[in-house]
Design a protein around this ligand. Sequence first.
Ligand SMILES: O=c1ccn([C@@H]2O[C@H](COP(=O)(O)O)[C@@H](O)[C@H]2O)c(=O)[nH]1
Length: 481
Amino acid sequence: MAASSMENRVVALISRLHDVQAVKFGDFTLKSGIQSPVYFDLRVMISYPDVMVEVSQLLWEKISTSNFKSICGVPYTALPIATLMSAAHNVPMLIRRKEAKGYGTNKLIEGTFSKGDSCMIVEDVVSSGSSVLETAQSLGASDIVVTEAVVLLNREQGGVEKLEANGIKLHSVFTMTDVLDVLSRAGKMEPDMVIKVTEYIATNKFQPNKEILSVKPKSNNILKYSERAALCSNGLSRRLFTIMEQKKTNLVLSADVTSSKELLQLVDKTGPHVCMVKTHVDILEDFNQDVVDSLTKLAAKHDFLIFEDRKFADIGNTVVHQYSGGLYRISEWADVVNAHAIPGPGVVQGLKKVGAPKGRACLLIAEMSSSGNLATGSYTQDTVKMAEENKDFVIGFICVSKISSNPSFLHMTPGVQLEAGQDSLGQQYLTPSEVIGKRGSDLIIVGRGIYQAQDPANAAKQFQIAGYDAYVTRMAEAMIL
Ligand SMILES: O=c1ccn([C@@H]2O[C@H](COP(=O)(O)O)[C@@H](O)[C@H]2O)c(=O)[nH]1
């Protein structure tokens, strides 16, 4: 295709987009929150099939020399465009769900792919580049590599630079300057409006170094809980991240009391401050079915998850029975359980066989808080690998620092008090700011610091504030760096 022919087609397309009201001038608020005198509503294209076909062809011509295995349209406007490109050129397409379904395969990316496949992102308009980045991030979480994206209109507001800073080259069919040129020469724009829009572009550019979301984040520290929720394939980790953000708490109560009355009273008082309650059901002197029924009702009342700290550590066949049967029937009421990695992957497979159909999840114990424990070094790393291989069921770790860069994994740390120290049986305590702020964990697990306090509800509130403040500070520091 000769360059001049392409230019003529672009001029004709811009003019046509104006005629079908896909380009509007006035006063608009963009997704980023900033005001704009110009707005592109390319969704109207679906009513003009000839426009859709031309747009998809022009986009394809921009990337025809690039190498990629599949294409993925950013939802929603670019989805039908990507579909046309896929069908016309026999290139497989992927679809990124905004949210996993929460049932069935629970995938965030639909379509067939293999780890390491390259994908070209297709978008209609780029301003700051954040929608392309979010899509690249979701694809990256499934190990799909994104190094290029193609867009119909580059609004010239810093998107190219931001994407470049995140390793993505942006190709565009035309820019905002092209739109002003074409429409003013065609007499379709008043000179005053041309000046207004030109000034607006010059003064409203996103800074590429601020709010950078790296495509495959090296660190979970720069993603909000809600952003991480969107990356989770397991419904329970998604729910937990959401509760954490909504209730502003990363506190897990370790309710290690021995009578069920005490347990239920403690949980009811502290419920507003926690996102999860951890139990050791086998230390209750008077366990019966009513206890778990009441606990489940409290979980609904205060919106928290239940985690039974059973620490399964046997062969798959045995854990199937330990989890589903016996006196406690744990799989009937605990949202989350945990397991040692020492028996090998069979322990996860056994738990998954029982828990996955019920929508449950599991944490692996990758590190421990007690002094002299053996869960260190290559044991910890091998546990992370085991989790990676079972991402649909394993949602994270019991650990004392961040051990995985995968933002969908939860890091949960026990051994937390408001002052560092040690008990007489080897338990080692760190503070919430050390655990969340410095060591990059996500949740603090607190037992005696709360239930042995004079006022457990107030103690829980103090831990809630300390833990959440440490998270907010960590986020703010990561944005500045
Ligand atoms: O490495 C680990 C794993 C689990 N725990 C459990 O957490 C709580 C901690 O209670 P505190 O009273 O806050 O010390 C307890 O239930 C342990 O079984 C842990 O401490 N360390």
